[in-house]
Design a protein around this ligand. Structure first.
Ligand SMILES: CC(C)(COP(=O)(O)OP(=O)(O)OC[C@H]1O[C@@H](n2cnc3c(N)ncnc32)[C@H](O)[C@@H]1OP(=O)(O)O)[C@@H](O)C(=O)NCCC(=O)NCCS
Length: 125
């Protein structure tokens, strides 16, 4: 399976040894939190203010991330509602000296624009 690496690279990160599970793979929760950060950056730009993650859908772990991989997180708007925006976040790993990118995860994160009372706020036009 391949992901469509549309959008811009929002984050580039390198997992550390403490992010590894007993299989020698990076914890799913580690990559998920990086994806939440990357999606939140794009959603915050669209909302022009604070956002909260309300849902994570269709999360796929395609290939393991290994120690030494350089992780690139791509994110773009996939759908928009009145107060919410769905941000697709695709993650690739660059391994060893190769420039080849391996698709590792993909998910659709829904963010809600918040007002000063932490309640949903209509997105700007
Ligand atoms: C985000 C929050 C303010 C939304 O409040 P709410 O009362 O559920 O708001 P609404 O029911 O009016 O829904 C707001 C929007 O979210 C969407 N939404 C709510 N639940 C959803 C879900 N499970 N999946 C996808 N979209 C969802 C609604 O469709 C609506 O979108 P629209 O206005 O574009 O049509 C509230 O749920 C909350 O504070 N959740 C905790 C957020 C949080 O702590 N996140 C983790 C850290 S950032």
């Amino acid at each position: 399976m391949t992901t469509d690496n549309k959008g811009e690279v929002i984050l580039r990160v390198v997992p550390r040894i403490t992010d590894i599970n007993s299989n020698g793979h990076i914890f799913g929760g580690w990559v998920l939190s990086q994806m939440d950060v990357a999606g939140g950056i794009v959603a915050g730009r669209i909302a022009q203010g604070p956002v909260a993650t309300v849902a994570i859908e269709s999360m796929k772990f395609i290939s393991p991330i290994l120690l030494g991989d350089i992780i690139s997180l791509y994110a773009y708007e996939e759908r928009r509602g009145r107060t919410s925006v769905g941000i697709r976040v695709n993650v690739t790993a660059t391994r060893g000296r190769s420039e080849r990118k391996i698709d590792v995860t993909s998910g659709l994160f829904t963010f809600v624009a918040l007002d000063d009372h932490h309640r949903p706020r209509p997105l700007p036009a």
